[in-house]
Design a protein around this ligand. Structure first.
Ligand SMILES: [Zn+2]
Length: 126
């Protein structure tokens, strides 16, 4: 019936899959999971899973179950900023907040991280 289509409409706005985005996704799948694994083993973190996501709300996220999401837009960043985002998410495995201990840990792994965080704001998610 006609109203079915309205009721069952996806609640979330889906982002357009442009060729550029598809290209970023393919690169992200190749590059990001191995780099995350490398950083994790280098600094003694263990996570549950890693997924490549496309959204305009965050560069990455980490759940309390240790599932890390990384935005495919990370491929548009210089390596230094890309690593910063991944280290940020890895530090959430230990601290699920942005408190002083979180920042101290992140600073020990990624010196100058507050400056990198400011630089990151110059990039827009597409
Ligand atoms: Zn965070």
């Amino acid at each position: 019936m006609w109203f079915w289509r309205i009721v069952r409409r996806r609640p979330r706005r889906s982002l357009p899959e442009t060729p550029e985005v598809e290209q970023l996704r393919q690169e992200a799948r190749k590059v990001l999971p191995p780099r995350l694994a490398e950083l994790a083993s280098e600094h003694g973190f263990s996570y549950n899973s890693v997924r490549i996501k496309h959204n305009v709300s965050n560069w990455g996220s980490c759940s309390s179950k240790g599932n890390i999401n990384l935005n495919l837009n990370l491929m548009r960043l210089p390596e230094e900023l890309r690593d910063y985002v991944m280290l940020h998410e890895l530090c959430h495995l230990r601290y699920m907040n942005h408190g002083p201990e979180f920042h101290a840990l992140l600073e020990s792994l990624c010196p100058g991280h507050r400056k990198l965080s400011a630089q990151l704001k110059e990039y827009k998610l597409i």
